[in-house]
Design a protein. Sequence first.
Lengths: 262, 181
Amino acid sequence: MTPLMLVADDFKAPGPSIFDFPPLFDGAPYWLTKPVLMALFGAVVVCAVAWSAFANPKLVPRGMQNLGEMGYQFVRDQVARPFLGKDAERWMPLLLSLFFLILLWNFFGVIPLIQIPVASHIAFPIVFAITIYVIKIYLGIKHQGLGGYFKNMMFPPGLPKPIYVLLAPIEFLSNLIIAPFTHAVRLFANMFAGHLILAFFSMVGFWFLFEKPTPLGAGLGVVGVIMTIAMTGFEMFIEFLQAFLFTMLAAMYIGNSLHAEH
Amino acid sequence: MTLAATFLAAEGESPLLPHAYELVVGSFAFLVVFLVVGKILTPRIQKTLAERTEAIEGGIKKAEDAQAEAQRTLEQYRAQLAEARQEAARLREEAREQGAAIKAELREEAQAEARRIIEAAHAQIEADRQQAFTQLRGEIGRLSTELASRIVGESLEDEARQRRIVDRFLEELEGRPEAVR
């Protein structure tokens, strides 16, 4: 039994319980928790920032409008146009709202004091995924017809007949059941895991440097601090990437429903 | 994974199960953002971006139009210049021809005038000569008759006398101015 082992035995790694939040204060309604408050706060901030950028846009942009246009053009050029082509402008309101809100909610994971990515509570990604799912099916049936939609989905032309025995159920499953599930879970899991990793390393640093400082444990604590800093940078990248990916998949689903795959 | 299992078992509540109230809050937040950002603000920035594109394209178009206009004017000027040069050359040629014609005409006129004057002079001289001849003829006859009568009237004795008669006659002639004329 070394001292390190003794201390490490006392160390308790953060688990999923760190995602459980009690009501904000005594007597508050049970639903008024930190993630809920942050979700609402994020929505307000997105609206306020977007308002300051786009409320009164000028032909020659300055200040916030430059920033807003950067975001707008990123979503338009990297997300909407590649998947929606000439329909890109029509779907920009949805995609832009989606991207901005998810991005800010994700960034809450690394903003001091807030430090909770809203999407690490699966309810929020589910709201987005279901919205896109409903739109996807509605558009598919509207533009390709009820039969046409399922036929295009399950029986893409140009394959040998026996393949369809395998392909049709796989396509049905992947499009209607797995796609919305992974759409939501991908965002949720990334935020969940990222937050857990950050919590773990910061806990290591805090525990071994402040809570129970020992000569042997100090090295481990320093590693924890360094890893926390490095992972925070990495998390910011992941948070951006997941917001981008979620929006991109939304655009892809909508695009596929508007035009049957060739 | 036992770790995952302990996670799931630990709190009795799976992180994969959504809280109903969070679904409601999430929907509400998304709806608000969609209405404000999507429905109100996105059309505004889209309109502005479209206007900007139009303004830039309009500017380019205007510059192209101006250039085309300048080109057209230049061509026009060139055409006019060429035309003017041609016109000038034509006028010069015409003037030269006209000058030559006028010169020829004048020369002809002058020659005709000269001929006319010469002819008139000839005619005048002839007339004068005729008149002088007629007058002279009458005068000579009369004078000869007078001389002859004098000679016959005087006796022609000697040569000295005759000479005197002639001399006297001639002196008389000189003394009569109208006879000399």
